[in-house]
Design a protein around this ligand. Structure first.
Ligand code: PGA
Length: 252
């Protein structure tokens, strides 16, 4: 049985003062919630704060990106080892904003994934199609290509323990959620690709949905058989909303 997993992606939001309120609210709100994994992925400068607030709780923390290199002369970059130093369990890899705004190709994403995995971090690998791709009927090809790039770099065994987040680009931050059926269809497709090579891996891999998940639509999405939780942007910035989404995951 896969445990539901809800992760917050704060993106470039927050301040020490705001984060304190948010983290305290999440810790208090989730204290009584069992049977759901929860984590927050915060901007790099706040990793220490997240570690300080969350260690000793059941809530994990992580980063939103990492370097595709292990170390060296890469000004401004942050390595997988550095994330481990701050107690990170998770790191988001290949978010569509990184792909679209920072030119991360499938190959770069695969390198990042490889170092995250090698360092013992749990990569949250984001895949998903743009609106134009959906409308031209190539959603499955796009998702398959994004997955294959990573499998090419780390092998099928390298997917073990990872989290895949299906995030249709057209649903991110737009208020436009994929319907539970639309999301389920792609989740089932992803799981079927894994099943072809490894049935056990397919059954145990957590596949999150991301894209305008809110307290009001979470239960419906998480109720689908292949949707194992969510990667939450906007709604993860409000403790009450994030906790409500985790509760929806617990109930489904
Ligand atoms: P959203 O973002 O929930 O604000 O749509 C999701 C994400 O980008 O991970």
């Amino acid at each position: 049985m896969r445990e539901k997993f809800v992760a917050g992606n704060w993106k470039m939001h927050g301040s020490l003062a705001e984060n304190k309120l948010l983290l305290d609210g999440v810790v208090a709100g989730l204290a009584a919630v069992r049977g759901v994994k929860a984590a927050v992925c915060v901007p790099y400068p706040y990793l220490f704060q997240a570690q300080h607030s969350l260690q000793g709780t059941s809530i994990g923390w992580g980063a939103q990106n990492l370097s595709e290199h292990v170390k060296g002369a890469y000004t401004g970059e942050v390595s997988a080892g550095m994330l481990k130093d701050f107690g990170c369990r998770y790191v988001i890899v290949g978010h569509s904003e990184r792909r679209a705004l920072y030119g991360e190709t499938d190959e770069v994403v695969a390198h990042k994934y490889k170092w995250a995995h090698a360092a013992g971090l749990v990569p949250i690998l984001c895949v998903g199609e743009s609106l134009a791709e959906r409308e031209s009927g190539v959603t499955e090809q796009v998702v398959a290509r994004q997955l294959d790039a990573v499998v090419h770099a780390v092998g099928m065994a390298g997917l073990k323990g990872a989290v895949i987040a299906y995030e249709p680009v057209w649903a991110i931050g737009t208020g436009k959620t994929a319907t539970p059926e639309q999301a389920q269809a792609v989740h089932a497709f992803i799981r079927s690709r894994l099943r072809v090579v490894d049935t056990a891996l397919a059954e145990e891999t957590v596949i999150q949905y991301g894209g305008s998940v809110k307290a009001a639509n979470a239960a419906e999405l998480f109720g689908m058989p292949d949707i194992d939780g969510g990667l939450i942007g906007g709604a993860s910035l409000h403790a009450d909303d994030f906790v409500a989404i985790c509760r929806a995951a617990q109930a489904s």
